[in-house]
Design a protein around this ligand. Structure first.
Ligand code: HEM
Length: 491
């Protein structure tokens, strides 16, 4: 055991702890105000979650030490990760630091580089256009459910390609919301409760087993298509020069893992696919829901977005290559990611006794860091509750000085960040292009911190003359001109 390296000061304990449960009631009742209140007590603050103490880091510079400069002393771990690992195995987000993590990260990194994601861009746009164009004009819709469905559909197209059979897509759409709900329950409850043979625990285990079976079918489908394409490639290429381009068009990012030299076992492939699905959907889904909500509150911001979009696309539908020319859309999305988390509590475990900003942290202690907390720090984000996309202009962004940690940092930094920005921009731009008016039809939503920061209720109606791209199946991909549809109800 190593001794702390510097003289230490006593670590303040957050007020309001109760015997036995510590601050668990605060985390259950008002977690976001509780988290942001900790800053006033010091740069590292002790809280108790039940009988277990945890050290919350409130200074973004110290969080960087935990994630980057001293990462070897703060291993990925903690209660939430343990709970997730039971079902999701050793996927990239839950596997312990070490060789397996490094190897799998290296294998998966190419799936999520910008150039590779760009190859899926137009296919994602087309899928999103179909879904958004199918909403009925004026119907009040559950925004959180819609955004999760769309992010899932776009992600499936990116991961498994464009020709995944419809019944598999449908089963994913049915299963994932229940899986996410069950996962939230598993991470909130004490572990001994989640291990009891209760109906809810059994149902969750059965759903995860069904998801594994479904992923298996998607992998088999993908693998058989790849084998066929490889077997037929030379002949097809000779017969039709566009055949290999068409095959590439249909392919998915998951091909990278299936074709890797350093092959993963079937169980590992399942773990990685589950990890990606659960990591990708709700994070981007909630961000989009909150973005739309802020647009209903700020017509000026919505108008600027629409003008930017029209300036770039004129009257035609979005193409992937447009995304780099929509800086204001990126600012708006970044502000939504800042204001609404979406990650609000992430954990590490101290691998040795260590000094953190003058505080002694004992080996084995849980460390908590919170992007939400840092992103509401008024020292870096004045008036943190204000939705202000202009914080992210090139002139003003430097003032945030490393306090935007929504995607983490260091060796466990979000692997899907590039993908997330692409998907967020595609979905926001498509909704705006399709529907001229967006209206909140529910009461003002409250932010609920579960796995992400989600709205407790949020419905919206989309109105006006719906604009749809021309039938893209008959047009060159991404080159179709616009048509206007009078908003006929979808079948
Ligand atoms: C707004 C969207 C997103 C946010 C805010 C977000 C946030 C994060 C954060 C904070 C971490 C680091 C956790 C830690 O340090 O322990 C993380 C890791 C991860 N994220 Fe994301 N994420 C987003 C979207 C995505 C997407 C779209 C994918 C998949 C394509 C994804 C897949 C992952 C994976 C696999 C990890 C684990 C990386 C590792 O440990 O090596 N995320 N994410």
């Amino acid at each position: 055991m190593n001794a702390p390296t510097a003289s230490t000061t006593p670590t303040p304990t957050a007020p309001g702890g109760w015997p036995l449960i510590g601050h668990a009631h605060r985390l259950a009742r008002d977690p976001l105000p509780f988290m942001t209140s900790l800053r006033q007590h010091g740069s590292v603050v002790r809280i108790s979650i039940g009988p277990t103490p945890a050290y919350v880091v409130t200074d973004p510079a110290l969080t960087r030490r935990v994630l980057v400069t001293d990462a070897a002393s703060f291993a990925k771990g903690g209660k939430i990760i343990d709970a997730l690992r039971v079902f999701f195995g050793d996927g990239l987000a839950t596997v312990a630091d070490g060789d397996t993590h490094l190897r799998n990260r290296r294998l998966m990194q190419p799936m999520f580089n910008k150039a590779h994601i760009a190859t899926r861009g137009d296919a994602m746009i087309q899928r999103v256009q179909e879904m958004v164009g199918n909403w009925r004009e004026g119907e009040s819709r559950d925004v959180y459910a819609d955004m999760n469905d769309i992010t899932l559909a776009a992600f499936l197209v990116a991961l498994f390609g464009t020709d995944l059979p419809a019944h598999l897509q449908g089963e994913f759409t049915t299963l994932m919301p229940a899986i996410m709900k069950g996962t939230i329950r598993q991470t909130i409850l004490p572990q001994w409760v989640t291990r009891l043979p209760l109906p809810a625990n059994r149902a969750h285990a059965e759903r995860v087993a069904s998801l594994r079976a479904l992923i298996d079918q998607a992998i088999d489908y993908h693998a058989s298509r790849t084998t066929k394409a490889q077997a037929g490639a030379p002949a097809d290429a000779g017969a039709c020069p566009h055949a290999s381009a068409a095959a590439a068009e249909r392919a998915g990012l998951f091909e990278t893992l299936l074709n890797a030299q350093d092959q993963l076992s079937r169980r590992q492939l399942q773990d990685e696919a589950i990890t990606l699905l659960t990591g990708a959907i709700e994070t981007t889904g909630t961000t989009l829901a909150w973005t739309l909500y802020e647009l209903t509150r700020h017509p000026d911001i919505e108008q600027r977005l629409r003008s930017e979009l029209e300036g770039v696309c004129h009257e035609r539908p979005l193409r992937h290559e447009d995304l780099d020319h929509l800086p204001y859309a990126r600012q708006v999305l970044q502000e939504a990611v800042r204001k609404y988390g979406p990650a609000w509590m992430v954990t590490r475990t101290a691998t040795r006794d260590i000094d953190l900003g003058g505080h002694r942290v004992p080996e084995g202690a849980d460390i908590v860091w919170s992007p939400y907390l840092h992103q509401h720090d008024p020292d870096f984000f004045p008036e943190p509750h204000r939705f202000d996309p202009d914080r992210w202009t090139t002139e003003r962004a430097p003032a945030t000085r490393g306090a935007f940690l929504a995607f983490g940092d260091g060796r466990r930094k979000c692997i899907g960040e590039n993908f997330a920005w692409t998907e967020l921009q595609i979905i926001l731009a498509t909704i705006l292009q399709t529907w001229p008016h967006i209206e909140l039809t529910s009461r003002t939503p409250n932010a609920q911190a579960v796995v992400t920061v989600k709205p407790d209720t949020m419905t919206m109606a989309y109105r006006g003359q719906r604009r749809m791209p021309a039938d893209s199946s008959s047009a060159e991909p991404g080159r179709s001109g616009p048509t206007t549809n009078t908003a006929t109800p979808s079948p």
